[in-house]
Design a protein around this ligand. Structure first.
Ligand code: BDP
Length: 719
């Protein structure tokens, strides 16, 4: 993109953003980059450290960093901040290559990777200044965002000495966006990618999107749905993708495409897509050449193959490694990568669905090309409110393993329920897989610490759409933010991330920050309680996954049915995944497996995931299982009421528009939590035949009533 047009869209973005901040104040558009003025009492601590920006380097990325600093500092400090010369309080930005001042300071940049930065308070020519330096301009941009976030969260900035760099290389949002503008599992409006108007469209929103991504270090975007159409790889769509890539590039973001495995047949008119066929291999190489000619820094492909009806190497009796390596060869010549998904299960395989990915992939360890990342969902089923970690983590030391989490809340209340999923991501990352001995946490695995992998990554299925507030609700923004923070540093605590987000998004008042952070941290456990307590999973209604459907048992494929997972009958409930059942336990390292092997000692959170037990099974807390189940569902509902009360008490700290938006969602959540509780209890009681524990109310309606509810127009089902 020519420098002039970069500047054009940059300023268009700024204008749109500024307008958003004034004319349509506090509708959530500004995300965590609100830059509202610091309280008068705190201002004197900040103003001396942010008077003028001294920038070196003429790239679009440096221009973006300068623009962000001007915008942020002017907003926060309520004074005009402009570019200029060294003076007391100047903010000096650049790289050792672009700035003589930075070069002369000998900052510890060599220890950091390409995207790292140093922020240091120092003296230059007798002036006290803040230096933001990177090895690359992108590092400088990340440093600028970090500096602004320090002021946004009211941290002291008068004696800074920060050196930071991302621990993962690929930090990517997967948009499940379709070419017709619908979003699979999207609950925040339509796709932001307006394929129809691209490549000409220069939407200011794309710049604001890029700013938000860059502010948390997200450096990659897959533009289209994993259930991909081949059209994305045709010349007109490559041109549209180029236009998006040009707009995102200044922010350090690469674009990737989901590639349909059978594209050589559908758009290449070949007879086969067999990955070992020379013509097919040549077709992918030519296609990669065509894409790279338009987009020299194209990231590569994301591939869902031989899964849920998608074409793949399995159609030709080839392995996933054969398929992945063919595509990796095509993009590898240009520096690209392939993210090959491990989310596979087959209707021809009667084995426990939780086991199928490991069967297919584990034997292939060591066979994937170095530029392939195996993209593994956090759990072995499918983004449930709670799952144990995926058994592939730590089990393929010779393979680059990346984590995939779902930011959009398909199974966790979609747009309306207040659930801080970042706490779920943290739970997975912190878990010890014992895969290569004690301490093999999922975080360590994806950081490349097992097997010393240079190519590392984390993917989040985006929750971003055309809604004014981007994510369908104000609190859903927290998981876009949280995902970025964890992809930058998988060891970061979810609580600290929630606190930073709450401060930047709403208020720094401690009377707000503490209760809201507590509420967010508890919210993930709350949704587990009212939807799928004690290790239950996949109890959602068919297709749209909105609301409860534990009774569903008549779908074509057994593993699509909730009844397959709960296995409730008069004798008991739960999926026996021990030796006496599917033995999925044997796919875990012995030290991991042993904690789940015995129903008497297992953490009750995982009980019904791994064990089938009688309704009268005596739990650790002394209750029988049935009673505990009812109590836990009910507790989940009570906790939503607590959240409502907490939020109501925070009214003084929140603008009225967002206060009301969150309150409305909490009303929906309270109603739906009760629906989940009542419908689930009604169904399971029809199996257990037991009375409810004393003091617990019967479901409000009959089981037949809950079964009769239908939601043909529930959102997120676009294809
Ligand atoms: C499931 C979704 C489905 C996705 C699939 C996937 O229901 O829409 O296509 O995951 O990850 O959670 O491929």
């Amino acid at each position: 993109m020519a420098a002039a047009s970069v500047a054009l869209c940059l300023s268009a973005g700024l204008n749109a953003g500024l307008n958003a901040g004034t004319a349509r104040a506090e509708d959530g558009y500004d995300l965590w980059l609100r830059y509202r003025p610091v309280e008068a009492a705190a201002l004197p601590a900040y103003r001396p450290h942010a008077s003028t920006i001294v920038a070196a380097g003429g790239s679009a990325t440096i221009a973006a960093a300068v623009a962000e600093l001007k915008r942020g500092l002017s907003g926060l400090l309520a004074e005009d901040v402009t570019t200029g010369q060294i003076a007391d309080g100047a903010v000096v930005i650049g790289t050792p290559a672009s700035s003589d001042i930075i070069k002369s300071l000998n900052l510890p940049l060599a220890a950091l990777n390409d995207e790292g930065f140093v922020i240091r308070t120092t003296s230059v020519g007798g002036h006290k200044v803040t230096v933001i330096a990177g090895n690359t301009d992108t590092g400088v941009l990340y440093g600028a965002f970090r500096y602004l976030s320090l002021i946004e969260t009211r941290k002291p900035v008068d004696a800074l000495d920060i050196a930071d760099a991302p621990k993962l290389k690929v930090r990517v949002l997967d948009h499940w966006d379709n070419l017709d503008g619908t979003v699979e599992r999207g609950y925040s409006g339509r796709s932001i990618w307006d394929w129809w108007r691209l490549p000409d469209l220069k939407d200011a929103r794309y710049i604001d999107y890029a700013r938000a991504d860059a502010s948390v270090g997200i450096n990659g975007v897959v533009l289209n749905n994993v259930n991909a159409k081949p059209d994305s790889l045709t010349a007109p769509y490559i041109e549209k993708t180029r236009a998006v890539a040009d707009m995102l590039r200044p922010y350090g973001i690469k674009v990737y495409l989901s590639a349909r495995f059978s594209a050589p047949i559908e758009i290449g008119h070949l007879k086969t897509a067999d990955p070992l066929d020379p013509e097919v291999r040549a077709w992918w190489k030519a296609k990669a050449d065509e894409i790279y000619a338009a987009i020299p820094d194209f990231g590569g492909f994301l591939v869902k193959a031989s899964s849920e009806g998608q074409p793949g190497p399995g159609d030709y009796h080839r392995t996933h490694a054969d398929g992945a390596n063919m595509m990796a060869e095509a993009v590898g010549r240009h520096g690209g990568i392939v993210m090959w998904r491990a989310f596979v299960y087959s209707e021809h395989d009667a084995r426990d669905r939780a086991k199928q990915a490991s069967y297919e992939f584990q034997p292939l360890d060591g066979q994937f090309a170095p530029n392939v990342l195996l993209q593994i969902k956090n759990g072995p089923i499918d983004f449930q409110p709670r799952e144990p970690f995926h058994p592939l983590f730590g089990a393929m030391p010779k393979t680059n393993e990346m984590l995939e989490v779902q930011i959009t809340k398909e199974y966790l209340g979609q747009a309306t329920h207040l659930v801080y999923s970042t706490a779920l991501y943290e739970e997975t990352l912190k878990t010890d897989t014992f895969g290569q001995g004690k301490g093999t946490t999922v975080a360590k695995v994806i950081e490349g610490g097992i097997g010393n992998h240079a190519l590392t990554g984390m993917a989040g299925v985006a929750n971003i759409g055309s809604d004014r507030n981007w994510s369908g609700s104000d609190f859903n923004q927290a998981d876009w933010y949280g995902f970025g923070r964890l992809a930058w540093n998988p060891d970061a605590p979810a609580r600290a991330i929630a606190e930073d987000w709450a401060r930047m998004t709403f208020s720094n008042d401690p009377a707000f920050v503490k209760p809201v952070t507590d509420m967010m941290m508890a919210s993930r456990e709350t949704v587990v309680k009212y939807m799928t307590p004690l290790g239950l999973h996949h109890q959602m209604a068919t297709g749209h996954h909105y609301g409860p459907g534990p009774w569903v048992c008549d779908l074509a494929r057994p593993e699509w049915n909730p009844c397959y997972y709960a296995k409730a009958d008069a004798g008991g409930i739960g999926f026996d995944r021990t030796k006496t059942g599917s033995d999925a336990l044997s796919q875990y390292a012995p030290d991991a497996a042993k904690q789940w092997a015995d129903p008497k000692t297992i953490d009750p959170k995982y009980l019904l995931w791994f064990q089938h037990v009688p309704w009268t099974f005596k739990m650790k807390d002394g209750h029988i299982l049935w009673d505990d189940l009812v109590m836990t569902y009910s507790q989940g509902v009570d906790e939503v009421h607590d959240m409502q009360a907490t939020w109501a008490s925070l009214r003084p700290y929140v603008d009225s528009q967002r206060f009301e938006a969150v309150s409305s969602n909490l009303r929906i959540q309270a109603r739906e939590a009760k629906w989940w509780r009542d419908a689930s209890i009604a169904y399971f009681q029809s199996k257990s035949g037991l009375p409810l524990p004393k003091g617990y109310a019967q479901p409000e309606e009959t089981l037949d009533y809950y079964k009769s509810l239908a939601f043909p127009y529930a959102p997120g089902q676009g294809k």
